[in-house]
Structures are given as structure tokens and as C-alpha cells.
Design a protein around this ligand. Structure first.
Ligand SMILES: [Zn+2]
Length: 137
């Protein structure tokens, strides 16, 4: 998928290859382009902060435990669960599933395990039902 992304820092539109990957984000990329991230990392105050983090393992552990805290986890989940994020994901999955190589591999999988369309529909229904149950827990 090669599309243009707008950097939220410099505001320029750039190909997604110029953005670092970030699997925690819905679109899979960081918000700032690589050039902006580099400029940020090289700021004297940020460099000093990163150095102090490197020098102090307990500071690092503290930062990590903050990111892993229930509040932060809930915030990350809320970000992923926003209606527009869900719509983006749905659109992405639709485009992904429409790719010929993905279609071919899905068809090969169904054939290999001799899965009928009925069995597939049943499994899919069961999956979404289970997902709904676990999400409401
Ligand atoms: Zn930028």
C-alpha cells in the first residue's frame, strides 16, 4: 500500500515510506515523518532526556509501567475503538481481502481444508459472537 500521508508536525504530504511504522497506531505509521522524528531526536533537550533515561534504568521502568498502566491501556484501546478508526480498519481489510494474492491464498486455504461456504459462514458467525461476548465482559 503506497499512499501519501500528511505529517502532523511539518504538515507536508509524503509517501508512507517516509514514515516509520508504529503497530500501536490504527494506520500502522507514526504521525510524524522520519525527518521530523530525526529533528526531534536531535534536539538538545530531548537528547539530554533520552541520555538520562538510558543512564537511569529505574526511570525507564517507570515510563514503561506508565505506558502499561490500565489508564494508558484504556486510552490506547479507546483510540483504536473510535468509530472512524473502526471504519478505517474495515476499509483497509476490505481492500486487503480484495487483493488477488490474498484472495488466492484464502481460496487455497478453503480448498486445502475442504471448507464449504456454509461451514465458513458458520465459523465466522461463531467467531463474531464469541468476540462480542468477550468484548462486553
Ligand atoms: Zn514532517
Amino acid at each position: 500500500m503506497d499512499q501519501e500521508k500528511k505529517c502532523t508536525k511539518c504538515g507536508q504530504k509524503k509517501p508512507s515510506a517516509l514514515f516509520s511504522r508504529d503497530s500501536s497506531r490504527v494506520k500502522g505509521f507514526q504521525l510524524h515523518c522520519k525527518a521530523c522524528c530525526k529533528a526531534y531526536r536531535e534536539r538538545p533537550d530531548i537528547k539530554a532526556r533520552n541520555k538520562s533515561l538510558r543512564d537511569k534504568p529505574e526511570a525507564k521502568a517507570k515510563q514503561r509501567s506508565y505506558q502499561q498502566s490500565p489508564v494508558q491501556k484504556a486510552r490506547a484501546k479507546a483510540r483504536r475503538d473510535r468509530p472512524e478508526a473502526k471504519a478505517n480498519m474495515k476499509a483497509y481489510m476490505k481492500a486487503y481481502m480484495a487483493r488477488p494474492e490474498v484472495k488466492a491464498s484464502a481460496a487455497a486455504y478453503l480448498k486445502l481444508y475442504q471448507i464449504t461456504p456454509e461451514a465458513k459462514a458458520k465459523a465466522s458467525k461463531a467467531y463474531y459472537l464469541k468476540k462480542q461476548i468477550t468484548e462486553t465482559l
